[in-house]
Ligand binder design. Structure first.
Ligand SMILES: [Zn+2]
Length: 282
């Protein structure tokens, strides 16, 4: 069973009129103002899954600053799931900069049956300690529903690209430590935070934290797999493509180069994320 843990669906009206949404939502504009940043339809996602031999995908929208847009995008992801319940695993985005609105949307979507929260991000200003702490009410809801939470985290160094933001690692660790019963999935190899799991006190905090591979061929050489496997273990790494940013074959190539096969590869490509999603039937 192959599962892509990181796929984005943006509404049709956004795809057709992206400049208006870029102007109205600074977070969206910071990632999608370039026409090179692709936006895809439901059909294109299904075609991608079929072509790549992917059985299921975790699908989410964009973490709009505007609560109405977050809600609409979530509703569209839900409708996609309803049309293709055996292929799509719906997660809900939240307007993370607005604590009360985020909590309300987390409650609405999780009561409605969403399988997780994410990808949560603060693309406009970056993640501060206060932003992470403001997620707390939503994280408590995720905890009560026993669903995972995907957080966008990127590396603090290296080249710049749209969507790369400052991330307060101390704030992130604090919020993870404060919710020990939540399964966190840190996107993009957690921006390298996992390195600090070599410190025993950080390892304890990251006990239920997973890393997805989204965008890694753009960021790291394939040794990132070997290093992450050594530090966090084979069951903590989840294949996520960030489609339409990159399709699956780019990741398969990295796994081949890194010499990852057998059970470890099976885990990364699907089994690991399925353990976090007991409601998903195979
Ligand atoms: Zn991301």
């Amino acid at each position: 069973m192959i599962v892509d843990a990181h796929v984005h669906l943006l509404p049709e009206r956004v795809r057709k009129d992206r400049s208006r949404y870029c102007a109205n939502d600074p977070s969206f504009g910071s990632v999608y103002s370039s026409e090179k940043a692709r936006l895809v339809s439901e059909d294109e996602i299904l075609e991608y899954l079929d072509k790549s031999g992917i059985d299921k995908a975790v699908v989410f929208g964009f973490p709009w600053e505007n609560p109405d847009l977050a809600q609409q995008n979530n509703d569209e992801v839900w409708a996609f799931y309803q049309r293709h319940p055996s292929r799509i695993i719906p997660f809900a985005v939240l307007p993370c900069g607005k604590r009360e609105a985020a909590k309300k949307e987390a409650a609405r979507t999780l009561e409605g049956g969403f399988f997780g929260l994410g990808e949560l991000a603060m693309y406009h200003q970056g993640w501060s300690l206060a932003d992470f702490e403001a997620l707390s009410p939503s994280l408590r809801l995720a905890q009560s529903k026993k669903v995972p939470v995907v957080i966008h985290v990127n590396e603090p160094v290296g080249h710049h690209y749209p969507g790369k933001i400052p991330v307060d690692f101390r704030g992130l660790l604090r919020i993870i430590g404060a919710h020990p019963e939540v399964d966190f999935i840190l996107a993009h190899f957690g921006g390298g935070l996992f390195f600090y799991a070599l410190m025993p006190e950080v390892a304890r905090i990251l006990e239920r934290t997973y890393l997805d591979t989204a965008a890694s061929p753009y960021l790291y050489d394939s040794r990132v797999f070997e290093v992450a496997l050594t530090i966090v273990g084979p069951e903590k790494i989840l294949f996520g493509s960030d489609y339409p940013l990159l399709p699956m074959p780019r990741y398969v190539k990295e796994l081949d180069t890194a010499g990852i096969d057998g059970r470890v590869r099976e885990g990364i490509l699907g089994k690991n994320v399925l353990r976090l999603l007991p409601r998903v039937t195979c």
